[in-house]
Design a protein around this ligand. Structure first.
Ligand code: 8IG
Length: 265
């Protein structure tokens, strides 16, 4: 992606409007691994495109990541649902990772809901537990911002939106999400490090996208679905299938939560 990323996002937004016949969107929902069944709770797939039909998008590499954009109306909000995302570990660079966020911003979006599947660092969070992201620690060593853009990141994840979510479901807990580069999971020593740094969840997405969302002045809600305990916290080995399974089991409940949050924006 040698082109100016903001210009490329504008081009993608123009094409998105053309293909969906929707001029402007209000909300972007990024559905992470295991979250994709939640899409059907938000709205049907009548108006759906594959991301590769838009400039600047490439096909996602991981099974269970569909790479589609669906336009639906939720309450009064024209909502863009993104199924599948580009991960930093794919090696396509940060501009590719945040391209969908920038495209949504260029399409008028003011609210961005980022979801993911993660490793939990608190053992009381059993697989299938959703946790609101209250802050993050970006361990990628990278950023979507280039140059002297001294962005305030003191409230990346909107307190207002977290309160709306908790109002809908008062069992929702909050935690600090730690983004690792991946694609390998953490060593037990890295999990202990993440805990000692103040982390509650470990994953391979979201923080870079959230920074790009804040650069575009969007209000951000982050929700992690805990699908496994962090490496070394239990005797179990980590595998990708359990991620997808825990997601499937929790998906309709999660779709319901997302719908209710958007209806109250
Ligand atoms: I699902 O334990 C899922 N994604 N980094 N660590 C990291 N990412 C994850 C994990 C995990 N589980």
């Amino acid at each position: 992606m040698s082109q100016d990323p903001y210009e490329l996002a504008k081009l993608a937004a123009v094409k998105l409007a053309e293909l969906t016949k929707i001029e402007k969107h209000d909300v972007l929902v990024v559905l992470g691994s295991g979250w994709t069944p939640a899409a059907d709770v938000l709205g049907n797939g009548e108006n759906e495109i594959v991301v590769t039909d838009l400039p600047g998008f490439s096909a996602p590499a991981v099974a269970g990541h569909a790479g589609k954009l669906r336009s639906v109306k939720v309450g009064n909000s024209r909502t863009l649902i993104q199924m599948g995302r580009t991960h930093y570990y794919e090696g396509k660079g940060v501009p590719a990772v945040v391209h969908s966020v920038r495209t949504a911003i260029a399409s008028g979006v003011k609210t961005i809901i980022l979801t993911n599947a993660c490793g939990g660092l608190k053992l009381e969070w059993k697989p299938g537990t959703p946790v609101l992201i209250k802050d993050h620690i970006n361990l990628t060593g990278s950023t979507p911002l280039v140059g002297a853009r001294f962005l305030d990141v003191s409230e990346v994840y909107s307190k207002r939106l977290r309160n709306i979510a908790k109002d809908i479901d008062n069992s929702l807990d909050e935690g600090v999400y730690v983004q690792f580069h991946g694609p390998q999971y953490e060593t037990p020593a890295e999990v202990r490090m993440a805990i000692n740094l103040g982390g509650d969840m470990v994953g391979m997405s979201t923080a870079l996208e959230a920074i790009a969302a804040r650069e575009g002045n969007c209000e951000v809600l982050g929700i992690s679905l805990v699908t496994n305990p962090g490496a070394g916290l239990t005797n179990e080995k980590l595998n990708h299938e359990e991620v997808l399974e825990a997601g499937l089991a929790a998906a309709s409940r999660m779709g319901d939560l997302l719908k209710k949050v958007i209806e109250r924006l």
